[in-house]
Ligand binder design. Structure first.
Ligand SMILES: Cc1ncc(COP(=O)(O)O)c(C=O)c1O
Length: 379
């Protein structure tokens, strides 16, 4: 059997052993409902609070502004539907390269009477802050721009976008999908003037099915789920305590050494790009060089099909993605991100996304490129 070289970490990451241990402990021993009054309930509540504190510290915000959800998708839906429905106004702004978990709630609002402006990006996948601000009107209630794109890794100029949006319309809220950004780039949502930010645990070696929304204090929100009133009434439903505690274990690992872990990923990514350039001169690097996340690199092998390469690589033990794995339920759908960048069809078809993690080694990168070269020659 081949050694597994997992380079699909933008789709999801393996849980850390400390995460699995924390989840298991909460399932087997500390299984109380945080709403219960007895000591088992209090113990569970204490553990949930620990994660809340860790996430708040990592984002530089306060604990009571954190609301746990069932993942990034729910956090985005809550941010968009929950803030828009609470406001009077007619207009919303987002970008063409957002994840489906942002674009779909926007489309849903559009069908219910809202006007939606979807902004284009340039050839490298960047949103122009000036264009965002120009799209904002007096009746715009929300702008949503992702922090890091999940297919090409572009880091959007959020601080500048927020400043220009607020200068144009002080009442307009700014949301960012930071699901690919947490643990990968510096985030200072409060300092940047952002109002709402979504994160997800399974992109940082935490469990699947848990995420959080940060809501700046004072912002009026409407729930999407109604029920027992957990999470200060904004997100009803018994908390996914094992998931939240696992999220905490992943955050703990990250917060102790974030700078070194990012530096390691930057090194891996740079080595990967230079090996690709040296050994596969026909390859096209879709991702930009600057203002790019340390863990995502999109490349194209024109003339070959990404999907075929994904399967051939997996047979050789290397796991990557052809586009966004999170939306591959829609099989054979062309990447809306690469299309928005205006890339030609042969580039889009031949694209592979490599998603790195701090758990990868330099030897993973070297071997993956060797295998890619071999596989590409055989096809
Ligand atoms: C940018 C982005 N937004 C949203 C999501 C959805 O998050 P989740 O899988 O936690 O629902 C993902 C990944 O799947 C993503 O990469």
């Amino acid at each position: 059997m081949h050694r597994t070289i997992y380079l699909d970490n933008a789709a999801t990451t393996p849980s850390l052993p400390s995460v699995a241990a924390a989840v298991s402990k909460m399932l087997l021993d500390n299984y109380g409902n945080p709403a219960s009054l007895h000591n088992k309930g209090l113990a569970a509540e204490r553990e949930v609070r620990k994660t809340r504190r860790l996430l708040a510290a990592m984002l530089g915000v306060t604990e009571k502004e954190i609301y746990f959800t069932s993942g990034g998708t729910e956090a985005n839906n809550l941010a968009i539907l929950g803030s828009a429905r609470r406001r009077r106004g007619h207009h919303l702004v987002t970008t063409a390269i957002e994840h489906a978990a942002v674009l779909s709630p926007f489309r849903h609002l559009e069908q219910t009477g809202w006007q939606v402006t979807i902004l284009p990006v340039d050839q490298q996948g960047y949103v122009s802050a000036r264009q965002v601000a120009e799209a904002v009107r007096d009746d715009t209630v929300l702008v949503s721009v992702m922090a890091v794109n999940n297919e090409i890794g572009t880091v959007q100029p959020l601080r500048e976008i927020t400043a220009l949006v607020k200068a144009r319309n002080r009442e307009c809220l700014v949301h960012t999908d930071a699901i690919q950004a947490l643990g990968k780039i510096e985030l200072d949502p409060a300092g940047w003037g952002i109002d709402l930010l979504s994160v997800s645990a399974h992109k940082i070696h935490g469990p699947k099915g848990v995420g959080a929304l940060w809501v700046r204090t004072g912002i009026q929100m409407e729930p999407v789920l109604y029920g027992g009133g957990q999470e200060q009434g904004l997100r009803s439903g018994t908390e996914n305590v094992p998931g939240i505690v696992g999220f905490g274990a992943a955050l703990e690992h990250l917060s102790a050494q974030q700078t070194q872990l990012i530096a390691h990923m930057v090194q891996l990514r740079e080595a990967f790009i230079s090996l690709i350039k040296k050994n596969l001169p026909g390859a096209v690097i879709n991702s930009a060089n600057t203002a790019v996340a340390p863990h995502i690199c999109s490349i194209a092998l024109p003339g070959l099909r990404g999907e075929v390469l994904v399967h051939a690589l997996a047979r050789a033990g290397v796991y990557v993605s052809s586009g966004a794995a999170c939306s591959s339920y829609h099989q054979h759908r062309t990447s809306h991100v690469l299309q928005a960048m205006g890339l030609p069809p042969e580039i889009i078809e031949g694209t592979l996304r490599f998603g790195l993690s701090y758990l990868n080694t330099m030897s993973d990168i070297e071997q993956a490129v060797d295998i890619l070269v071999r596989v590409a020659q055989q096809l």
